[in-house]
Ligand binder design. Structure first.
Ligand code: DGL
Length: 263
């Protein structure tokens, strides 16, 4: 039993797609979310830069007393999770593209993965693909420009539709039956994706599995909380307008984010 909060960070608002599932599965846990929107996107930054930013995000959450940290960002996980685990004693939950379930579910033997450059270049993605997707035709696509659209709350824009079509159509034409969303910003496009992708293709968002993993770690460590009144907290290093809008869209309530400076 431990009433301390769970910390969740992302390069920006994308990790809210993970926050939502953790909030649903663990309603008695206090959640502190940090969006590093000032430095978003992380996708094309060097591993060194991402490690430095991830350290700063972690320190902020630890100062808030967090008992566990969810790195709700595939890109930060790819570059920084090993360093974070080595340097901080708190447990970390990371994200990686859901190659394993996609490879297990496919009937056509072809899967598509949409993620950032940083995620595809990370060791984790290469190792997971080698381990679980041997003999599976894996089509990878960098989702250039998609993160920026989400950060500006332009998920329903014509620009978004055009970009998605250009990324997804080659996968559809190649015969994939699984499309993995390997960046936590991308599930915000699911309503649009459902219009663009045939029903026979499954869109995989790993967030529910991450929420379950978080729950299991708390249970294993005996650090789950049973708080009955929990107010979530949101922080951003950038403009708070979009995070406030998206939180209200997800929760139906208003929890205004606090702007912070981590430099
Ligand atoms: N949400 C991050 C991820 O899951 C965002 C990437 C970025 O900032 O480029 O990879």
């Amino acid at each position: 039993m431990n009433k301390n909060p769970i910390g969740i960070f992302d390069s920006g608002v994308g990790g809210l797609t993970v926050w939502k599932h953790i909030h649903q599965l663990l309603p008695n846990e206090k959640l502190i979310y940090l969006a590093d929107s000032l430095h978003c996107p992380y996708g094309a930054k060097s591993a060194e830069e991402i490690i430095e930013l991830s350290r700063a995000n972690t320190r902020f959450l630890l100062n808030k007393g967090c008992k566990l940290i969810v790195v709700a960002c595939n890109t930060a996980t790819a570059s920084a999770i090993e360093t974070l685990r080595a340097e901080f004693s708190v447990p970390f939950v990371g994200m990686e593209p859901a190659v394993k379930p996609a490879a297990q579910n496919t009937n056509t033997g072809k899967i598509g993965i949409l993620a950032t450059k940083g995620t595809f270049e990370g060791r984790l993605f290469k190792e997971t693909s080698q381990k679980y997707a041997q003999g599976i035709d894996t089509l990878i696509q960098i989702g250039e420009g998609l993160v920026e659209l989400v950060e500006n709350n332009e998920m329903d824009s014509e620009k978004g539709r055009k970009l998605l079509v250009s990324y997804i159509n080659p996968m559809i034409d190649a015969g994939v039956d699984q499309i993995v969303l390997g960046c936590t910003h991308y599930p915000f496009f699911i309503p649009l994706l459902k219009q663009l992708v045939p029903k026979s293709i499954q869109i995989i968002d790993p967030a529910p599995a991450i929420a379950l993993r978080t729950k299991n770690i708390l249970l294993e460590l005996g650090t789950q909380s049973s708080l009955t009144t929990v107010l979530p907290e949101f922080y951003s290093t950038g403009d708070t307008k979009v995070i406030d809008l998206l939180v209200t869209k997800i929760t139906g309530k208003s929890y205004p984010a606090t702007k912070i400076d981590l430099t």
